[in-house]
Design a protein around this ligand. Structure first.
Ligand SMILES: NC(=O)c1ccc[n+]([C@@H]2O[C@H](COP(=O)([O-])OP(=O)(O)OC[C@H]3O[C@@H](n4cnc5c(N)ncnc54)[C@H](OP(=O)(O)O)[C@@H]3O)[C@@H](O)[C@H]2O)c1
Length: 170
C-alpha cells in the first residue's frame, strides 16, 4: 500500500491557525477532494474536528481518526489510537493508496517514521502566522513533479503550485 500525505503548505511551513485553515483556495480544495475520493483518509483528532460537522466524515472516503482518547467516538468514522493502527486498518481494507490528511502532528509522525511514499504538496505563496506546521524538510532530496499552478485571483487568496514529491528509490 502506498502512503501519501496531502497538504497545503505556506512558504514558512504554516498549515493552520486556531484549528482552522488560514486561506481560501477553492481549486486546491477541489484537488484534495478529487485526489482522495474513494480512498482511506487518516486524520488527527484535531484536524477531524476542524472539518465543519456537515462535511464529516468526508463523504466517499473511509475516514480514520487518530486519538489517544480511548472513549472517543466519531460517528461514521473509524477511531484508532496510533498512526500505525490507522495504516494497518487501511491495509486490512485492501487500500492501495492511503492518504494522511493532517494535521501537523500526524504529518510529522508519518514522515519521521519513514512511512510516506508520496507527498502531494500545494505550495502556497504566502507566509502567514500560524500554529500548525508541515515539516519543510519533508521533501528535501525527493524528486518533484509539478501538477498544476494557479495565480491569486478574486476567489484565491494566494498563488499556489501543486507538486507531487516522490520518495527517492533506495
Ligand atoms: N493546510 C492543510 O493542508 C491542512 C491539512 C490538515 C490540517 N490542517 C490544519 O492543521 C491544524 C491541526 O493540526 P494539529 O497538529 O494541531 O493537530 P492534528 O495532527 O490534526 O491532531 C492532533 C491530535 O491527534 C492525536 N494524536 C496525535 N498523535 C497521536 C498518536 N501518536 N497516537 C494517538 N493519537 C495521536 C491527538 O488527539 P487527542 O488529543 O484526541 O488525543 C492529538 O491531539 C488545523 O489548524 C488544521 O486546519 C491544515
Amino acid at each position: 500500500m502506498k502512503i501519501s500525505t496531502i497538504a497545503a503548505v505556506a512558504a514558512n511551513g504554516v498549515i493552520g491557525m486556531d484549528n482552522d485553515l488560514v486561506w481560501s483556495l477553492p481549486l486546491d480544495m477541489k484537488f484534495f477532494m478529487n485526489t482522495t475520493k474513494g480512498h482511506v483518509v487518516v486524520t488527527g483528532r484535531k484536524n477531524y474536528e476542524s472539518i465543519p460537522e456537515r462535511y464529516r466524515p468526508l463523504r466517499g472516503r473511509t475516514n480514520i481518526v487518530v486519538t489517544r482518547n480511548l472513549n472517543y467516538v466519531a460517528e461514521g468514522a473509524h477511531v484508532v489510537h496510533s498512526l500505525k493502527d490507522a495504516l494497518d486498518l487501511a491495509r486490512q481494507q485492501g487500500e492501495t493508496e492511503c492518504f494522511v490528511i493532517g494535521g501537523g502532528q500526524i504529518y510529522r509522525q508519518a514522515l519521521e517514521a519513514g512511512w510516506v511514499d508520496v507527498q502531494y504538496i500545494t505550495h502556497v505563496d504566502a507566509s502567514p502566522d500560524g500554529d500548525a506546521f508541515y515539516p519543510l524538510e519533508g521533501w528535501k532530496g525527493w524528486t518533484e513533479e509539478l501538477l498544476t499552478s494557479h495565480k491569486a485571483d478574486e476567489k484565491h487568496d494566494h498563488a499556489f503550485r501543486i507538486v507531487q514529491h516522490l520518495k527517492p528509490k533506495p
